[in-house]
Design a protein around this ligand. Sequence first.
Ligand code: NAD
Length: 254
Amino acid sequence: MARLDGKVCVITGAGSGIGAAAARRFAAEGGSVVVVDLDETAGSAIAKEVDGLFVRTDVTSADDVQAAFAAAIERFGGLDVLVNNAGISPPQDDSILDTDQDAWDLVQRVNLTSVYLCCKYGIPHLLERGGGSVINTASFVALMGAATSQISYTASKGGVLAMSRELGVQFARQGVRVNAICPGPVDTPLLRDLFAADPERAARRLVHIPMGRFARPEEIASAMLFLASDDSSFITASTFLVDGGITAAYVTPL
Ligand code: NAD
């Protein structure tokens, strides 16, 4: 039996990067996948590829989020797994000295308020099924400081981590598990373009990673699959690091 047979899985930000890798992996493991994204072209292409449902959604809108869950239930009959993964990291979010309030607010809305909305309106559906798994994408920056600040992004991921812990504790006896996944830097097109243009910037970061490389999106998707499946049935409220050892390292190998 595949690990997600019979499970309905809603993945936000599944049009690209980590979310797209999760959509592919979850479908390969038997899950019915609902691709939720703002980007209609990318989202519908992934949904087609995984034989799932695409719902164009702005995850900062309570109405959109509720409509996405309603569409998922209409198509597949219920919800079992929520991967609240959509997020942004715009260049206007920088040092606190240079980040204006509009940039701060935008990142908080997309990265943190969206997780609040998806949990607020999604968890009741999991409770209706007698349980389920929620995976919220935080980041290793929720745990470590950087001199190369993106202040709102970091604060938003700290919020995702703390909220996930609290929800995991609150719903533990009702069968709903809530975990925060904390990826290290992932080799996405965005990161590659940034570092190809500025190799020194890449080198400054790579030196801190014991494994000496960035993660592949598929490696984060594998951890999400574990947290989504019953293989992780005793894991909740966790800070689930998938970071190549960054947060454990003081001196890294040469
Ligand atoms: P990505 O840019 O490749 O994909 C993000 C997706 O979210 C896009 O398809 C985008 O259209 C969608 N999105 C953005 N705003 C939205 C909105 N308002 N409503 C609905 N969808 C929206 O990013 P990624 O690198 O795959 O990152 C996914 C998650 O992982 C994010 O939460 C990010 O913060 C986190 N993360 C990424 C890294 C990394 O190095 N890439 C590291 C740690 C954590």
